[in-house]
Design a protein around this ligand. Structure first.
Ligand SMILES: [Zn+2]
Length: 241
């Protein structure tokens, strides 16, 4: 990736910019939530372990469904599906969860199914969500299981209805999954906004609010796309609780 896309000069980053795009399975006594749906659809990934590259950029060599199966879950068992936003690197396997209840902001829904010409959108990957049961939010937070431990947080700016996920884990403590509020840690430390954000002023507003929230809650934030963050985290079948 070109650091300029994120408002940064190459020397301000000082390394090659690559991303990871993780999916997260949240398991709660009242159900499950899949957060993000990956960047390459399972059906495009060979099952012999070789890597597929789409649009010259999106790579994968492991399918999502077998990783869920290894944990004892079929897509139809997943209660809720939510993505931080509609960009193609977050929606690849969204159709797989059309039997789940989809949690989405109204503004994002309108962007996903509207006629407007939007970049980085792959409607084929999420079209089946149109028929899914849906919880539609109006620029608001949502307590997914009703006990305050799993909260969808409205965070518009990157896209019209971008959202983040806040978790209150018993042992790990409070954790915020950033979505694409930030991609690179330098966006945060040097106060830069990606050139392709839907509304840069809105992103800045959301960031101010989020930094306050992090201070108030003492939460850790994982920048989802950041490879150094990803590298030091436990991965499935290991977990945080
Ligand atoms: Zn992304």
């Amino acid at each position: 990736m070109d650091p300029k896309l994120f408002g940064l000069k190459p020397e301000e980053v000082g390394r090659e910019v690559t991303f990871v795009t993780p999916c997260y399975l949240i398991v709660h006594p009242r159900g499950t939530l899949i957060w993000e749906a990956g960047q390459v659809p399972d059906q495009d990934i060979p099952d012999d372990g070789t890597e597929v590259v789409e649009q010259g950029l999106l790579k994968a060599k492991r399918r999502l469904a077998p990783q869920l199966a290894a944990l004892g879950y079929q897509p139809k068992d997943i209660t809720f599906v939510a993505m931080s936003h509609y960009h193609a690197d977050h929606t690849a396997n969204a159709n797989m969860f059309a039997g789940s209840t989809w949690i989405v902001q109204q503004a994002e829904y309108d962007a996903m199914f509207g006629d407007g010409k939007l970049s980085i959108r792959s409607p084929d990957t999420y079209v089946e969500l149109k028929g899914a049961k849906r919880i539609t939010l109006s620029n608001e937070d949502h307590d997914v299981f009703g006990d305050g431990t799993v909260i969808i947080k409205t965070a518009p700016g990157h896209t019209p209805g971008h959202q983040m996920l806040f978790l209150k884990l018993t042992r790990f403590g409070p954790l915020l999954l950033s979505g694409d509020l930030y991609h690179l840690p330098e966006e945060r430390t040097l106060d830069r906004v990606p050139t392709f954000d839907f509304d840069a002023a809105m992103t800045r507003q959301t960031r101010v609010k989020t930094e306050k929230f992090l201070q108030q809650t003492g939460a850790t934030m994982w920048i989802q796309h950041d490879p150094p963050t990803y590298a030091r985290l436990k991965k499935s079948p290991q977990y945080y609780d």
